[in-house]
Design a protein around this ligand. Structure first.
Ligand SMILES: [Zn+2]
Length: 93
């Protein structure tokens, strides 16, 4: 996982992380730009389900994305799932 520094845009390094819950992880992140040196804490959250687990943990609830194929959308919409896939290219004629 690559994170950009919110101040200078340089790729940063995750220095340490700890599990806050089964769906939330907190990480200390340090900018790789020595002139910036920003260090911060970020959270990684299991936010939406795209494809349901085949071995679900009954104690875990991650809501289904409205764009998930499992939510009843057509296959044509599967390419619009946000960060996991780039948006479809538009024909420019
Ligand atoms: Zn920076």
């Amino acid at each position: 996982m690559r994170l950009a520094c919110p101040h200078c845009g340089t790729i940063a390094t995750i220095r340490s992380s700890k599990e806050l819950s089964t769906t939330v992880r907190e990480a200390s992140v340090q900018c790789n730009n020595v002139e910036c040196a920003h260090t911060w804490v970020t959270r990684i959250v299991a936010d939406r389900t795209i494809a349901p687990s085949m071995t679900p943990n009954p104690k875990v609830y991650i809501p289904l994305s409205p764009r998930s194929p499992a939510a009843g959308k057509s296959a044509a919409n599967q390419m619009e799932l946000g960060m996991e896939h780039p948006p479809p290219r538009m024909a420019t004629g």
